[in-house]
Ligand binder design. Structure first.
Ligand code: G3I
Length: 325
């Protein structure tokens, strides 16, 4: 049998995932690679509040159901992203009172998790609740106007996890965030928050490090403290996942793809060393990536190029998963 990321990961009992925009499943070549190379998929947008719950009494489950059907026919798991987030919410929730928002978020979490119970067993419950200044991020769910727990520190986060646990007691519940890989004021705050919530018995199973890296000094600096940072979160008893890995650059110069491959290799090796249970890419090819839309002159972040050709990064990930030096 041909060796793939998936077969190499499987041997280590490791999940190798990919974020998926549902319409891409129409492309047979995309679908072939996705099915062959990954043992887990995650809807990139379709489970966010706005896409999945566009009107008060209307849920749009069809795209995610399509992903689940794809996953089942390829013997893959499906991971859920995300329930409580400041972004991509639906316009119909604007202008509601805290009491109304409390009921809306609760109903949302219960309805979505019940619908996919048994099919989606891991969820990013709360996403990106700490801002770049290491403060609790202002949001419609926290304090603008919030669900009635505004300025009560982490209470709205605790409430989200408690609802999620009640909705599906078997699901593994994660806190997920970006720019928390290195030791910094943001990861310090995240650590303090999770430590406190866990000490209060809040049902948090694990933490997702998104791992959106920039090739060069950003990556190098993150790596100086990434391992010790992972270890302190592990010491809280949390499972660790890398949930949105990509390593972007500006217009590639000679040697950049080799440097990128090296950075991927280091990331995978660290994951293996620290017992990370999921390594998930935020898409697999440079043809479809969120990056050029957000960072104008950046991209080239994934292991397959825009023609679905494997880059050095692919071979480096595979070698790392196989334990080759
Ligand atoms: O689907 C609509 C389409 O109907 C419309 O015509 C078009 C016009 O702008 O927009 C389409 O929606 C876009 C959606 O992606 C689907 O392509 C949104 O505008 C766009 O904002 C949205 O971007 C997503 C972004 O989250 C939103 O914040 C990216 O695809 C997605 O990759 C990105 O993912 C986030 C994670 O959820 C959390 N961590 C960071 C990560 C990268 O930003």
């Amino acid at each position: 049998m041909e060796t793939t990321l998936r077969s190499a990961a499987q041997k280590r009992n490791l999940k190798i995932g990919c974020a998926v925009a549902t319409h891409l499943l129409d492309d047979p070549e995309y679908a072939r690679i996705l099915g062959a190379e990954f043992n887990l998929i995650e809807p990139e947008n379709d489970l966010k509040f706005g896409p999945v719950h566009p009107e008060k009494d209307q849920y749009n489950f069809a795209p995610v159901e399509r992903q689940i059907a794809f996953a089942q026919s390829h013997n893959q798991e499906v991971r859920g992203h995300t329930l409580t987030w400041h972004n991509q919410n639906a316009p119909w929730i604007e202008g509601k009172s805290p009491d109304e928002l409390n009921q809306i978020l609760k109903d949302h979490i219960f309805t979505v998790m019940h619908h996919f119970k048994g099919q989606i067993k891991e969820w990013d419950v709360v996403n990106e609740a700490i801002n770049d200044e290491a403060q609790i991020r202002k949001s419609i769910w926290y304090n603008e106007p919030g669900i009635g727990l505004a300025d009560q520190n982490y209470e709205y986060i605790a409430q989200s996890f408690r609802w999620a646990h009640e909705a599906d007691p078997d699901a593994k519940l994660f806190y997920n965030d970006y720019n928390i890989e290195k030791i910094s004021s943001k990861s310090d705050r995240t650590y303090e928050m999770l430590k406190q919530l866990l000490s209060e018995g809040v049902p948090i199973y694990g933490i997702g490090f998104q791992c959106h890296f920039v090739l060069g000094s950003d990556f190098d600096e993150a790596f100086e403290t990434f391992q010790s940072n992972i270890q302190r979160f592990k010491s809280l008893g949390l499972e660790i996942q890398f949930t949105e890995l990509d390593i972007r650059m500006t217009e590639p110069q000679p040697g950049d793809f080799e440097r990128q491959a090296e950075a991927y290799k280091k990331t995978i090796e660290l994951a293996l060393e620290e017992g990370v249970t999921l390594i998930q890419l935020w898409g697999f090819s440079d043809r479809h990536s969120w990056i050029p839309y957000t960072f104008k002159s950046e991209g080239w972040a994934l292991p397959w190029d825009e023609n679905f050709k494997m880059k050095p990064a692919y071979h480096a990930i595979l070698a790392a998963l196989q334990g080759d030096n």
